[in-house]
Design a protein. Structure first.
Length: 396
């Protein structure tokens, strides 16, 4: 690969000599990891008393966050977000979509993230979702705060219809999310049906409304856990409509598995949407980290290899053929969801953004859960590590 002026000038074999040449010794090169779903305003708030959860449910997490966010300061929010971004970027992520809670009259989290998006743009691309964590209507003035977040500069409209107090109000919030996106020319990313209830079907409405508007390609349905519990006849009918609309899906393997199935005895549901079936039908789906040590999930460290590893196990994506393209779930598919395809990928003319893994093939990288040795952004190293060395090698 020849890099000139921060872009890929040539790629292939029999390339010309260059002023500086770096031999990667056959290591696997991928486009950077894409975290298509993260909450950077919540990170590391699971370490205090308010973040200690008991039931392990989504709804308890929201209740805990309601109290925690009242005490945060701008400095605290900024430092926590920076730490999480550093954790992700140090492990190969260069593109993040973050949901920022706007059910806060001060809009503190939104202010912080807008500043960081600009400050860090040469290192990481950040998209911001104006997200009403406590409900667009369940929280008084939630609709107006979502709109204000968009006016401030958020990239996407969010929503959480399954948290509204009645089905009709949840439907109203989905209508509002789409209407706001059309009004401001924004993308859409709705937390949709993050529940085990097989009758939670807000994804059907979201798909229909964006299909009418011709906006499926700029819409994402995050989580859709209930779709994994839905009746097969309904699911297959909907998959045909999803495909026709071109709507994107985002699953968060570790968090979905941790939060869902809490009311089940046995068998316990995995909590994930129909990832494997989406892939087989050509429906775009990606994986995200979602949480890093917050009131919803105590773990998480921004390592998308861990997310991929959990995801392929939980969704049975582990045949040899499937493993050959599994990295798409944390690279190309996320970039498509974020509408970054014109600036993403290992192609001539694209920005020279890529990572180097400590393995020589996709299969071995996944099997060995390979670390990222280097991350390159616009032709410059963000970081580069030596391969691990034994001080005392194993003699076997």
């Amino acid at each position: 690969m020849v890099v000139e002026d921060g872009k890929i000038a040539q790629i292939g074999t029999d390339l010309p000599k260059c002023e500086e040449e770096i031999d990667l010794n056959g290591k696997l090169v991928l486009p950077p990891y894409v975290d298509s779903h993260l909450h950077l305003d919540y990170v590391y708030t699971g370490r205090n008393d308010g973040g200690k959860i008991k039931s392990g449910t989504l709804f308890e997490g929201i209740t805990r966050w309601h109290d925690i966010k009242k005490t945060q300061t701008k400095e605290d929010a900024r430092e926590r977000a920076l730490t999480a971004i550093r954790e992700e970027v140090s492990q190969g992520v260069q593109f993040i979509r973050t949901h920022i809670d706007v059910t806060d009259p001060k809009l503190l989290g939104m202010q912080v993230m807008l500043e960081l998006r600009e400050e860090l743009k040469d290192t990481v691309t950040i998209q911001i979702v104006s997200f009403p964590q406590e409900g667009m209507y369940a929280y008084k003035g939630g609709y107006e705060l979502v709109e204000e977040g968009l006016k401030m500069g958020a990239d996407c409209v969010g929503g959480i219809p399954h948290f509204e107090w009645a089905r009709e109000i949840g439907e109203k919030s989905v209508h509002s999310s789409v209407e706001l996106a059309m009004k401001f020319g924004k993308m859409i990313d709705v937390h949709c049906d993050e529940t085990d209830d097989p009758m939670a079907r807000f994804v059907e409405l979201l798909n229909a409304l964006t299909m009418i508007e011709g906006a499926g390609h700029r819409t994402a349905a995050s989580h859709t856990c209930s779709f994994g519990s839905a009746d097969d006849a309904y699911a297959h009918r909907m998959m045909g409509l999803f495909k026709a609309n071109g709507m994107n899906f985002i699953a968060c393997p570790t968090e979905n598995a941790y939060l869902q199935g809490r009311q089940d005895t046995y068998p316990k549901r995995r909590g994930l949407t129909r990832v494997r079936e989406f892939l087989r039908e050509g429906i775009n789906v990606s994986f995200g980290q979602d949480s890093i040590n917050d009131p919803w999930y105590p773990l998480g460290n921004g390592n998308l290899m861990n997310i991929l590893d959990n995801g392929i196990h939980l969704t049975h994506i582990a045949s040899y053929d499937e493993l050959e393209t599994a990295f798409d779930l944390i690279t190309y598919n996320g970039a498509k969801t974020m509408m970054l395809e014109d600036q993403y990928g290992l192609e001539k003319g694209k920005p020279a953004n890529f990572i180097v893994l400590n393995e020589t093939s996709s299969f071995e990288a996944i099997r060995q859960r390979a670390d990222v040795l280097a991350s390159v952004r616009n032709g410059e190293f963000l970081f580069r590590r030596r391969e691990p060395e034994y001080e005392i090698p194993l003699d076997l």
